[in-house]
Design a protein around this ligand. Structure first.
Ligand code: G3P
Length: 259
């Protein structure tokens, strides 16, 4: 079971900061997961949202700000000050056996990301994911051996990219807008098979046993996001997922030692 520290050990430290990543390494997570975005001056920084408001209090778009402007912001909390990290800073973090799960959140990242992966010889130590499937395919063209994972919600999204014949009107949708349909789940796995992806990363609630089994029959891993409660850890471990993204890697590791 892969323990994926979601935005670092983000239940113990501000999300996507070097403190959260160091804690996740110390706890023994298999992967630290984080979100990358491109600055105005083409540097890769770590932040989930496109706007800096939620995590720093300053209302600005990352794509319109330079690295030095972003570095002046504080994405810590009342207890800890923290700078927005760059990808290069995470690469240089003392990581032990912990690998990197990089989520590409904005456009324009392919070239700068690939050049850093090459510079630091990281091809075997990273797993790159995105909701933007076309971006993953672009990266794959640069190196077909890179480990890639497609991200999926259970909300109407990228059906055409998955399969042009998959039409929203033919799928089962719940009152709250969730697309809980086996055709959609199958299309996700089929896309991963066709494109030789390493893994799929669906929203936890969306994964079912049929999807998990079909993924495994095709030698693809399935890791779910984001699960934080012990009961839910147990449920999905029993269902057979390969990895769990969690804000609380300490709790998941403790549970894994107990069972
Ligand atoms: O990579 C798993 C999870 O992080 C995807 O959702 O919203 O946190 O980017 P989000």
């Amino acid at each position: 079971m892969l323990v994926m520290a979601h935005r670092g050990a983000s239940s113990e430290a501000p999300e996507n900061t070097l403190i959260a990543f160091s804690k996740a390494v110390e706890i023994g997570a298999d992967y630290i997961e984080f979100d990358i975005r491109l600055t105005k001056d083409n540097e890769i920084i770590i932040m989930h949202d496109e706007n800096t408001k939620r995590t720093t209090g300053y209302d600005g778009l990352i794509k319109d700000m330079t690295l030095s402007e972003l570095k002046k912001l504080n994405c810590g909390n009342e207890a800890i000050d923290a700078e927005i990290p760059t990808l290069e800073e995470i690469i240089n973090l003392k990581r032990g056996n912990t690998k990197l799960q990089i989520e590409m959140c904005s456009l324009g990242l392919i070239e700068p990301l690939y050049s850093l992966l090459k510079k630091y010889d990281l091809m075997d130590l990273v797993l790159v994911s995105s909701f933007r499937l076309e971006e993953l395919l672009k990266l794959q063209r640069l190196n077909p051996d890179l480990k890639l994972a497609s991200l999926h919600t259970a909300q109407p999204g990228v059906f055409e990219e998955l399969n042009p014949n998959l039409k929203l009107e033919t799928l089962k949708i719940t009152k709250s807008g969730w697309v809980l349909d086996s055709k959609y789940r199958k299309a996700i796995v089929d896309f991963a098979i066709r494109n030789k992806f390493y893994a799929i990363h669906p929203y936890f609630f969306f994964a079912d046993e049929e999807m998990i089994n079909y993924t495994h029959e095709n030698n693809i891993l399935i890791s779910i996001w984001t699960v934080n409660r012990k009961m839910s850890f147990k449920k999905y471990i029993k269902m057979g997922v390969d990895g769990i993204f969690t804000d609380n890697p300490r709790l998941l590791i403790k549970l894994l030692k107990e069972i």
